[in-house]
Design a protein around this ligand. Structure first.
Ligand code: UDX
Ligand code: UDX
Length: 457
């Protein structure tokens, strides 16, 4: 099976960077990235890309117009493709059966129908989006209803990149997982896809598996990662009550090689487009198969995360003498993690909404996330300022609430910030980024997640 033309449907956080790296590493391939959103395509073809990722601009500059092309989805693009990645979004369903839990597959379904309408000859269709287990089977059924002599092979190739490190993760992946249906043709299709990755990924990191294992592995990987965050956050709540310190605990338990040190940073909670969605999807799937106890176990991970966000937001109000009404509060960081402009499901959304309900006036600062923050908090306008300069955001504020550990925040002059604030000045460190002892010495009342507060009264 020969692959020369690749198409990706969906030019989002996953599709855009993934295709840019494939084009960069495989100059012999022609890679076209399509989207139904013409505005998004225009951004990909401009100097200001719609996705902020360190290193991405350089890769796009090298490849765009050479063997990487961004265009609005067209029948010709589908007809010319030998292999089609589908990377459209699969949000949590908001309607009907499974609302609030199951994955909404309508974009996947319509993409499959577009492929069926316009593909020619033999086409490999690759699931890049996270999808419920057995989606490949359903897609395969749609594609084979009116194949008319054409052949389709559906593979699962989940993406494990993390935002903020996407380019590095794509260039040096821990593993590339390719699920196939087991038939001879499907195996050959998986081999053709593996051959693309072999151009820069060591052979031993490319795993071939059954298609359902591949689909479930993606959900399980995200569930395990999120579960670690909820576990350490659960311990952080005990720390705050008992006077133990979560930083010391993370270090002590992380040195056990069976536990490992990664993903043990306590904080205001996890966010992003994947963790909540994938766990709820996993729990829904378990429920569908009658595995209620398993579903409840995974749902607990999300519930603990919601608790952590609410707990932190309440702490901000309670510590300031139970009222923030009319008080200016500076929010440092709105994206769900540093290194991205993505604010989807960011804990900042919940914290800010809670403070707004308590009638606080917010001044939000973020190095990359202000445009999306504005969209997330639409309607709250007069009470919210969006301020690129953190010093200005903190000017006259009663409190600074740090929600994303952007390196930019570590380098600020906190004596200057303290001097310009109302007194008593409060600092709530939702990411344990800053030196609490130093902030306390400057004069702040400091509340860091997972540590006893350092107050001045
Ligand atoms: C991806 C995966 O698809 C999702 O399943 C995974 O869990 C997270 O990562 P992401 O790239 O982050 O999603 O989503 P997004 O940035 O929203 O991009 C999806 C793109 O697909 C959008 O640009 C949207 O316009 C496009 N789209 C959507 C299509 O081109 N066709 C459609 O029918 C629907
Ligand atoms: C995640 C997975 O890591 C990735 O493999 C998958 O493909 C997509 O989902 P992403 O959501 O981009 O990636 O970021 P990640 O680094 O996993 O962080 C998710 C959230 O967990 C962030 O809000 C982060 O701040 C939080 N987190 C992470 C913690 O609170 N503590 C930690 O120790 C680690």
């Amino acid at each position: 099976m020969k692959v020369a033309n690749i198409l990706c449907m969906g030019a989002g956080y996953v599709g855009g960077p993934t295709m840019a790296v494939i084009a960069d590493r495989c100059p012999g391939l022609r890679v076209t990235v399509c989207d139904i959103d013409a505005g998004r395509i225009a951004q990909w073809n401009s100097d200001r890309l719609p996705v902020y990722e360190p290193g991405l601009e350089e890769v796009v500059r090298r490849t765009r117009g050479r063997n990487l092309f961004f265009q609005v989805l067209s029948p010709e693009a589908i007809a010319q493709a030998d292999l089609i990645f589908v990377s459209v979004n699969t949000p949590t369903k908001t309607y009907g059966e499974g609302a609030g839990m199951a994955a909404d597959l309508r974009y996947w379904d319509s993409s499959a129908r577009e492929i069926l309408a316009h593909a020619t000859g033999e086409t490999v269709v690759v699931e890049k989006s996270t999808v419920p287990v057995r989606t490949a089977e359903a897609i395969s059924e749609i594609l084979h209803t009116h194949a008319d002599g054409r052949r389709f092979f559906v593979l699962s190739n989940p993406e494990f990149l993390a935002e903020g490190t996407a380019v590095r993760d794509l260039e040096r992946p821990d593993r590339v997982l390719i699920g196939h249906e087991g038939s001879e043709g499907s195996r050959a299709a998986a081999e053709a896809l593996a051959a693309i990755y072999r151009q820069w990924v060591p052979e031993e990191r490319i795993l071939l598996s059954g298609v359902w294992s591949s689909e479930l592995a993606k959900l399980a990987a995200n569930a395990f990662l999120a579960q670690r965050v909820s576990s350490i956050n659960a311990v952080s709540a005990i720390c705050e009550k008992t006077g133990a310190d979560i930083g010391e605990i993370s270090q002590a338990i992380g040195m056990d090689p069976r536990i490992g040190g990664a993903f043990l940073e306590a904080g205001v909670g996890f966010g992003g487009s994947c963790f909540r969605k994938d766990i709820l999807n996993l729990a829904y799937l378990c429920g569908q198969y009658g595995l209620q106890e398993v579903a409840a176990y995974w749902k607990g991970v999300v519930e603990l995360n919601d608790y952590q966000i609410a707990r932190f937001a309440r702490l901000v109000v309670e510590s300031q003498f139970n009222t923030v009404a009319g008080k200016r509060i500076a929010i440092f960081g709105f994206t769900f993690k540093p290194g991205t402009n993505d604010t989807r499901d960011s804990p900042a959304i919940g914290v800010c909404r809670h403070l707004l309900e308590e009638r606080a006036c917010l001044a939000i600062t973020d190095p990359q996330g202000l445009a999306h923050a504005r969209e997330e908090l639409q309607g709250a306008a007069p009470e919210v300022e969006f301020e690129p300069d953190p010093y200005r955001a903190a000017q006259g504020a009663h409190a600074v609430v740090l929600l994303t550990h952007w390196p930019e925040f570590a380098g600020l002059d906190y004596r200057r910030i303290f001097a310009a604030m109302e007194k008593p000045a409060f600092f709530f460190d939702g990411r344990r980024q800053l030196d609490a002892a130093l902030l306390h010495e400057i004069g702040f009342n400091v509340y860091a997640v997972g540590s006893p507060p350092k107050t001045r009264f």
